[in-house]
Design a binder for this molecule. Structure first.
Ligand SMILES: [Zn+2]
Length: 372
């Protein structure tokens, strides 16, 4: 597992304004996770089935934020539907509400093409512009989500072909989730506990679902499922879990909701869908924070700039400061409100938070911060 170290920004020794000693306010750097969360929980669910609303409602009980991958063919003929696939038009209103509540809608092609073996010839023919870009455009047309960040390979197939990964990237997606080696149960615990090295072949920590598809095993023992989360949480990692709603038991006594109850509602965890989580990683790497002279002096001033397209990278990042108690922060002249403790469950809000004497400033880039 590649170790991801805290991204720290080195501040050069530029003099800060005279009436406050330069040492009064010190930029420590960007935090690894938004709002300096200790760990991250991200969830993905697959397929346009009638069980999707029940899964979203279960998540919402426990504050889990997910990426909902849908195959967007509007009205597949009954004989062409897979599993319990619905006409997706029945889901759009629920998906819109989910987006408004902090979830993400991701693309799972239009017709869910997959075939074993997933040869490059098959994949090249199946991954048409209609499947790849068409499903993206369907989501943009039917919801108010401003961008479609995330792709999910149907059946996990075709992710190993560079040609296909390039098509996904060319359509504007920034990350694509796999489902590795289902034929050998490789999809059950890929055990990724941080960001994937290749954003276009991104695994996850584990599945939380009954046996389905080509699988020969399942893990529905809540103690075992929860222990994996505990391991990731203890290590300050990213716990990423996957479910197919058609392979769940709903209700508070079922394994799915008992697991959601265990991982949800934690004040030191960032709950975020997959696309915004990967966007955050890129945004923190491509945002520069620099001290800037303040007119008239008397306070500390920093510019926060990115060259990324903020329509795609529309989230916030968090800067840690050592600052005297009572320091207030404005971003482009607007005072940032102080946020209390509690789970971090949005990716684009702006606020400040104090923790153990340290000031955490969460802002969207392309702004000027003033601390006084
Ligand atoms: Zn699928």
């Amino acid at each position: 597992m590649p170790a991801i170290s805290l991204v720290l920004l080195l501040v050069c020794g530029a003099a800060l304004p005279a009436s406050r000693a330069p040492d009064d306010v010190r930029l420590i750097g960007k935090t690894k996770y938004l709002n300096n969360a200790r760990a991250v929980v991200t969830h993905t669910i697959d397929d346009s089935t009638k069980h999707v609303p029940a899964a979203i409602e279960a998540m919402d009980k426990h504050g889990i934020k997910s990426t909902v991958f849908v195959s967007t063919e509007q009205e597949p003929a009954p004989e062409e539907r897979f599993f319990t696939q619905l006409q997706v038009w029945r889901l759009w209103p629920r998906l819109q509400r989910a987006f408004e509540n902090g979830h993400e809608i991701g693309a799972h092609a239009r017709t869910h093409p997959c075939q074993r073996p997933d040869t490059v010839e098959y994949c090249s023919a199946a991954y048409t512009d209609g499947e790849v870009s068409g499903s993206r455009d369907d989501i943009l047309r039917h919801t108010s989500q401003p961008y479609v960040w995330t792709w999910c390979y149907p059946c996990g197939h075709c992710a190993n072909h560079e040609l296909i990964r390039k098509r996904i990237s060319a359509a504007g997606y920034i990350v694509a989730r796999n489902y590795p080696d289902e034929a050998n149960d490789g999809h059950i615990v890929p055990d990724l506990q941080t960001w994937a090295t290749d954003f276009f072949n991104a695994a996850y920590t584990q599945v939380v679902q009954k046996r389905g598809g080509a699988a020969t095993r399942e893990i529905v023992d809540v103690g075992v499922l929860n222990a994996k989360f505990d391991e990731v949480y203890t290590n300050g990692g990213i716990y990423s879990f996957l479910a197919h709603p058609q392979w769940l038991d709903f209700g508070p006594d079922g394994f799915y909701e008992r697991h959601l109850a265990h991982v949800g509602g934690r004040a030191d965890v960032w709950y975020v869908p997959m696309g915004p989580l990967y966007a955050y990683r890129t945004l923190t790497e491509h945002t520069q924070v620099s001290p800037a002279p303040a007119p008239g002096g008397g306070h500390a001033r920093f510019t926060v700039r990115t060259t990324l397209d903020t329509k795609i990278y529309n989230g916030s990042l968090t800067l840690a400061f050592d600052a005297p108690p009572g320091t207030t922060v404005t971003s482009s002249g607007r005072k940032l409100a102080e946020r209390g403790d509690g789970p971090t469950d949005r990716w684009n809000e702006e606020y400040v938070r104090w923790d153990e004497g340290r000031l955490y400033v969460t802002v969207r880039p392309n702004t000027t911060l003033e601390l006084q």
